[in-house]
Design a protein around this ligand. Structure first.
Ligand SMILES: [Zn+2]
Length: 164
């Protein structure tokens, strides 16, 4: 719906979904299958829910325990490839807090600093493309709720920096 509404209103024609929730974006991929006006990208933990993945336009399943460096390199390379093949005029960024190493349901090992770098990478690369971004909160299941809040709040702060 977040992709369809701006399309219906004539505010965007081609939408890129950048799904950095740690769980594969099966629902998004299912809803938008066969729609060439929306590119669905998911970077996630491969051996994690959903166990039956619905393929999107680009899916990158990372091994359990993947940390900051490999995650960020992989994400940067993927976004470069996507920008080269899909000319979007709106991006929707799902900024999951669940790739965090302290998450109960994530199985990846990003630090809070790594998640901050992820947000800067995504928003910085979109800015360099002149691509407007809508940011959505996504999953977070750390036992300490304050960790989830801190990660989401950091995303909001970074988005505000880029918005000014
Ligand atoms: Zn999730």
């Amino acid at each position: 719906m977040a992709a369809r509404r701006p399309q219906a209103e004539g505010r965007a024609r081609r939408v890129l979904v950048i799904d950095c929730d740690v769980h594969q974006g099966n629902g998004t991929a299912d809803c938008l299958a066969g729609d060439s006006s929306v590119f669905t990208f998911s970077i996630h933990a491969e051996k994690n829910f959903p166990f039956r993945k619905i393929p999107g336009n680009l899916d990158i399943g990372l091994p359990n325990g993947t940390g900051d460096d490999i995650y960020l390199e992989t994400l940067e390379e993927a976004l470069s490839r996507i920008f080269a093949m899909f000319n979007a005029d709106l991006a929707i960024y799902l900024a999951g807090a669940d790739p965090y190493h302290g998450d109960r349901l994530g199985y990846l090992s990003l630090t809070k600093e790594g998640l901050t770098q992820r947000d800067r990478l995504v928003l910085g690369m979109c800015r360099a493309e002149g691509l407007p971004v809508a940011v959505a909160m996504a999953g977070g299941y750390a036992p300490n709720v304050e960790d989830i809040v801190a990660i989401h709040l950091q995303t909001v702060k970074i988005a505000r920096e880029f918005a000014s």
